[in-house]
Every structure is written in C-alpha cells, then in structure tokens.
Design a protein around this ligand. Structure first.
Ligand code: DC
Length: 232
C-alpha cells in the first residue's frame, strides 16, 4: 500500500509540532519538523556572525558545509553532529532572527533537497509553513492549524517558563505576531493555507483531543488493518 504523506501548516505557537509529533507516533510515521531546520540555519548564521542579508547568507551557505540531521531516537536537531535542540528552542536571538533568515531564497533552496528527500521516502507527517503549498503540494492530507492568539501565547509562555527562561507574556506575543507577519508577508513560499487544506482551530482542544480529531481526519486514508495500531 502507498505510504501516506501528511502536511501540517499553521501560525507560530499554535501547537503544530506537538500535534504533528503525536500524529506521527500514533501512525508509526516519521515526524519532520521543518521549522527546526530553519532554526538550525539561523543558529549557524548567528554563530558565524554573518550579517542577515541575502547576499552574505548565500555566500556563507556556499562555503560552510553545514550538516543538519535529526537524532534518530529523540528527534533532536544536530548541526555537524552537535546537539543544538535546546538552544534553537529557547534562545531569543533565534526566535527573533529566524523569520528574516527563512525569507532568504538561498536558505529555502538550501533546505529544499533535504525536505524533498523525506517526501520521497513517504510515510511522513511534515510540519511547517509552506508544506501544503510548496514542499508537498500532492500531500494525501493537509491540515492548517490555527488557535487564538491568547491560547498561543499561553502555550508558548508555559513552554519557555518550563525550560527556565525569564520572559514576559508581552515579549512572547510580540515575537509570535512579528513572525506571523513576516512569514505570511514574504515573497518566497509565504505562510498560507493551501486551497485543499482542512482548517483546524485547536483553541478549545487539549493535546489528546487535537490528536483524536486529526486521527479522525486521517482514518479514511488508511488501510483498515492499521486502525488497530492507534486504537490499542
Ligand atoms: O515552526 P517554528 O516556529 O519552529 O518555525 C520557525 C520559523 O521558521 C518560522 O517563523 C518561519 C520558518 N519556517 C519557514 O519559513 N518554513 C517552514 N516550512 C517552517 C518554518
């Protein structure tokens, strides 16, 4: 049977990663967090003190020989073998610069091959901003996740607090809204809902409920024998 590919897109902090990860685990699929790849490039650019303009970043990518991999056990992001998962999630400099970096065409080209390789492999839940529109326009199922800004701020604030960060709700809200505006407003591969994506507002759902709703959306595409895996 053909391996399904599922695209999950949406705004910053709306719970896409948690949902995509839970869905992949339930289905026995590979979870691909493309935002982590953009964060990884941003980390490398800042670490090398390259200025964030298209020409400088393009030149850096040509000579830097970056290797980005996901650790096979826990999906942590590795840059040239070094675990950078924690820093890409919690360093405010990454959150502040990732959208301008992701808007540079050379950065998107750079990550295109790696993302397409996952798509060819099949059996993936891939999460990002342009997955249903650009990376996997032929995905079997596309979900566009939304949540109210209050709920998004609450979730991201709690996540950062739990990891020991000192940050205000206002700072979290500003970063989420700034990134949304930049991600949706850029020229290349802007964040938008694919015409054939299903919009899913998760504001009222907890983690288990949003997974259940998504599994209900996936079920019609699955071989009945595979129901047993996620029903048990
Ligand atoms: O999903 P995230 O918040 O970790 O993503 C970080 C940034 O990466 C996001 O603000 C925009 C960029 N991004 C992108 O441009 N395209 C993707 N497919 C995924 C992320």
């Amino acid at each position: 049977m053909k391996k399904l590919n599922i695209a999950i897109d949406g705004y910053a902090g709306c719970g896409k990663s948690t949902l995509a990860k839970d869905l992949a685990r339930s289905l026995g699929f590979t979870f691909v967090d493309t935002g982590a790849l953009y964060r990884g490039i941003t980390y490398a650019v800042l670490d090398a003190e390259v200025s964030i303009d298209a020409t400088a970043v393009e030149a850096f990518l040509k000579q830097a020989q970056l290797r980005l991999d996901f650790h096979s056990d826990d999906n942590q992001l590795l840059l040239n073998g070094k675990d950078i998962e924690e820093v890409i999630r919690t360093d405010a400099r990454i959150a502040d610069h990732v959208s301008p970096v992701a808007a540079i065409p050379a950065v998107r080209d750079y990550l295109d091959g790696a993302q397409k390789a996952f798509v060819r492999q099949g059996g993936i839940v891939m999460e990002g901003r342009d997955i249903g529109t650009v990376v996997m326009p032929d995905a079997d199922l596309k979900v566009f996740v939304t949540a109210s800004i209050e709920e998004r701020v609450n979730r991201r604030f709690k996540q950062l607090q739990d990891s020991g960060k000192v940050i205000t709700r206002e700072e979290v809200a500003k970063n989420l809204l700034d990134r949304d505006a930049k991600d949706a407003g850029r020229e290349v591969a802007p964040l938008r809902k694919a015409a054939d994506a299903i919009a899913l507002d998760t504001s009222q759902f907890d983690r288990v409920q949003q997974l259940e709703v998504c599994l209900a959306l996936v079920r019609p595409y699955l071989d009945p024998a595979s129901y047993f895996r996620f029903m048990s």
